[in-house]
Design a protein around this ligand. Sequence first.
Ligand code: NAD
Ligand code: LMR
Length: 337
Amino acid sequence: MLCRAALRSSSARLFSTSAARQTKVAVLGAGGGIGQPLSLLLKSDPLVSSLSLYDIRGAPGVAADVSHVDTASEVTGYPADKIDAALDGVQVVVIPAGVPRKPGMTRDDLFNTNASIVRDLATAVARASPSAHILVISNPVNSTVPIVAAALEKAGVFDPRRLFGITTLDVVRAQRFLAGIVESDPRQTPVTVIGGHSGATIVPLLSQSQYGKGIKGETYDKLVHRIQFGGDEVVKAKDGAGSATLSMAYAGAKFTNLLLRGLNGEKGVITPTFVRSPLYESQGIDFFSSSVELGLQGVEKIHPIGDISPEEEKLLAACLPELKKNIEKGKAFVAPN
Ligand code: NAD
Ligand code: LMR
């Protein structure tokens, strides 16, 4: 049995609590494989004062269950027809709603189903909580984030400082896989991952890591491949029962905590995330993941990618055209006014 101190310290490892203001957070898709553990982890985050759980199926049950956890936050579940009530007064909206992959599928194969789910949820946020920060998990992230932006733009409430594609799982994997090779502590093995969130668009900058810069040859190629295609490992192992849920819930809760710390005024909160970005705008790519400083308004500063190795130049060259296609597909889905 875990004692109270052990529970406190395991929660402290995931969540930093240095800031004071607390926040109402909504999870849209709270009944799903990611939504349920994500809701549980957010219930454990001291920066979350109130948790609003919404799904077209099962959210009141998940809320009743999670609400018994002995942390201070209030939890309410909302059924399918209560989206506006679920979003009332919410400052942060996390969206894991949508279908996951089965073996043999790409993330882009999810577009036909998930594009309309995400567009409709973004339209609801624009109506019910137009100044909320929106954190998109639903795949394909490279397209769903531009869809959310276009839906918000159509409603006249788009603020690029408040929209994030969560690419934290790529960072979590990069740190874990690299640490496994060099036998370091994964939490002390930071890796910046840039680009997007699918296959070749995922570009780990190992040359910028004190542990990663020495990795060469076949070991390097295998590590990069594993980071880019880590999602496939899970899809294959789950054998038709879905994709990463638990590690994604962890990554989603981690990113949400980082954003809340920035919103609370903590300085120097920097992490990769997929945002509206000027870095490759001249090449027609206006969404990109790079290290972003999070602050009182959300995106505070988008950092340049910095010096990269010749291998990483090649990875980036493969990333950009695919990312551009994914972004354009998302934008085209939401017809302008
Ligand atoms: P899941 O099928 O277990 O859960 C999805 C949930 O969304 C279900 O409970 C469903 O009822 C709900 N839902 C569907 N339409 C909805 C709507 N209109 N409003 C509210 N809820 C709705 O799937 P999952 O495993 O939780 O994965 C969810 C999504 O997250 C998938 O698209 C998956 O590809 C993606 N994902 C992204 C990352 C990432 O790194 N960004 C990682 C893992 C999974
Ligand atoms: C992941 O990276 O695990 C997710 O994007 C889910 C998937 O489809 O692989």
